[in-house]
Ligand binder design. Sequence first.
Ligand code: HEC
Ligand code: HEC
Ligand code: HEC
Ligand code: HEC
Ligand code: HEC
Ligand code: HEC
Length: 470
Amino acid sequence: MKKLLLASSLVALGFLVASGLSENVFVSWKGYQKEYARLLAERAEDPARKREALATAVELRQFVVPDLHVIDRCVTCHLGLDDPRMAGAPNPYAAHPGNILKIHPPEKFGCTICHRGQGAAVSFREAKAVDVYWDYPLLPPNLVESSCGICHDPMALAERGAPALARGARLFEEKGCHGCHRLGGLGGSLGAELDSVGLKTKHQLVMANLPGERTTYRWLDRHFKDPQGIVPGSLMKPDYPTEEEARALTIYMLSLQAGRELPDRAVARDRHRLLSLEHDQGERDGRTLYDRLCRVCHGEGTFGTYDKFLGRFVPAIRNPAFLRMADREFLRASIMRGRPGTQMAGFDGGMTDADLAKLLEYLAGSERIPERRPDSYEKLPVGDAKRGGSIFARQCAGCHDPGEKGQVAPTLSSRSFQEKASDAMILRTIAEGRPGTAMVAFVGPEGTGFTGGELADLLAYLRTLSSRRR
Ligand code: HEC
Ligand code: HEC
Ligand code: HEC
Ligand code: HEC
Ligand code: HEC
Ligand code: HEC
């Protein structure tokens, strides 16, 4: 027993000594510092410099920037950052690429503000922080541009160090992402608001379907290429971006950190200017608004189409026949409150009144759309909802399916439609149809088709749908 006790004590002591050594003596950063001194001596021009290089103290180094909450020890290993002689050396000895550190001295900015990662760590695995408990792991070098957008207007850097960030910001507008996402106060509400999406951690995203390393930047990239593969049943339309577009969009998303507090001195002038312009409201005309907000789903707006992805019919909102019957009050309600129960989510809060006015002007084109059309149609008898229901079942339900899956025609029960579509608008739509769409005219030129009585019955029936309204 004594021998056994002695042996196990020795083993335990051995472990203690070993862990003491590995924590203090055989640490990787000391090795890097010695190797750096050797590399520096190799490159020294004269013996005095060589001695100086070899005598470099082996010690922890760090940048502390209190107003950015930064304590970065990256330079403990990355010693050659500001030394041009180290250009071309391997990491961690290499000189920093470009002149970015001259413009943003590490004493004032640190490293993690641009690179992310765990600043206080002194081993590379912990600094990289992908598989340790740390919210923002080191970004791969080809995504570092995202951080420029924290302090700069992305567009201002298109030719000054962050081309992919600027491209991402442009793609966001061009691809109509605003149609479903609010950003900078503009956009729809089918998807989440994105102002602070760059601050999300991996725990805030559904990682279950992401194969491989679980980081937010990999999630974003894969989600752009295959939204439904990452979030089953997602309503986000797949856009099939190229590799390069997906990277630019990922960079732009990571740059969106509105919730982040920064001291004034760290925010660049171009961004101060951007914020004071309140997201360039002045520059948006009606057409631009339509392209950014509506085109993803409504296309040109001149044809109603079945959208394979939404699994729903999307009406032709720039069809002159529609615009001759609708009025501003109806359009405004359809746009701002949306059509509950369908993918037409409301834009309330995602558009200013001025934007809405410009958008309505654009939709109207050459039509003059009054605020409210007179609610008059030729005199009709009082309708009977029951009779109307059976006409509807025979003549309309094939397209306006009662379950309102809306595969062929729009919903007729939604609250904004029922409250804001006048009787006259509904009657004229049935009688005259919407030329150019599947909605045919049900009253012919010589009084063929529905009689006034039948129209009144249909109207009475349609109004009962409002009790089903959402
Ligand atoms: C313990 C030493 C050490 C520390 C501390 C350290 N690094 Fe490194 N770093 C390395 C080494 C070694 C490499 C090369 C790794 C490789 O090629 O696999 C490297 C590579 C990199 C790269 C190249 C890209 C990559 O992912 O391989 C970047 C960027 C980087 N480090 C940034 C940082 C930042 C920012 C910090 C501070 C948060 C930091 N490093 C802290 C040792 C360190
Ligand atoms: C103002 C932003 C910014 C700051 C601050 C900054 N970097 Fe960088 N860093 C960049 C950019 C941009 C690149 C280039 C990425 C590219 O084009 O591959 C880069 C590249 C690097 C690389 C080379 C990666 C590779 O491709 O091998 C290393 C290593 C690195 N930085 C370390 C640091 C360290 C350590 C600090 C802190 C002393 C620091 N950086 C501070 C923006 C910054
Ligand atoms: C923490 C905030 C911060 C980050 C992150 C940052 N910058 Fe800056 N940058 C500044 C500030 C502050 C200035 C000083 C000049 C000013 O106020 O416009 C500046 C200046 C510049 C300038 C010189 C502009 C001029 O008008 O002289 C360039 C170019 C630049 N940054 C590019 C970048 C790029 C590229 C990145 C990303 C790799 C980046 N910056 C990341 C804050 C930042
Ligand atoms: C047809 C509507 C629609 C369009 C267009 C659309 N999205 Fe989405 N998006 C959604 C929905 C719904 C979700 C939530 C479900 C999911 O995560 O897939 C979402 C999720 C996201 C998320 C994850 C947000 C989070 O916090 O989980 C990001 C980032 C995103 N979208 C960015 C974009 C970008 C960038 C574009 C333009 C290329 C775009 N979306 C176009 C509907 C849309
Ligand atoms: C062949 C399919 C089809 C049939 C049958 C049909 N509709 Fe339609 N209906 C449509 C389509 C498609 C639209 C949307 C047209 C557009 O893009 O503006 C529409 C639009 C409407 C609208 C306007 C809805 C809105 O949101 O502005 C009303 C009201 C309407 N139909 C009532 C009826 C009634 C009542 C009947 C039966 C008498 C009927 N429809 C029969 C396809 C049909
Ligand atoms: C995410 C896709 C999507 C986006 C983005 C979208 N819509 Fe819609 N919109 C729809 C769908 C689907 C319907 C049909 C709803 C129904 O079945 O009731 C619709 C219906 C409408 C209607 C009612 C048309 C009618 O015939 O009564 C109007 C008006 C309209 N949208 C305007 C707009 C405008 C303006 C924008 C841009 C600001 C916009 N929509 C953006 C999907 C969208």
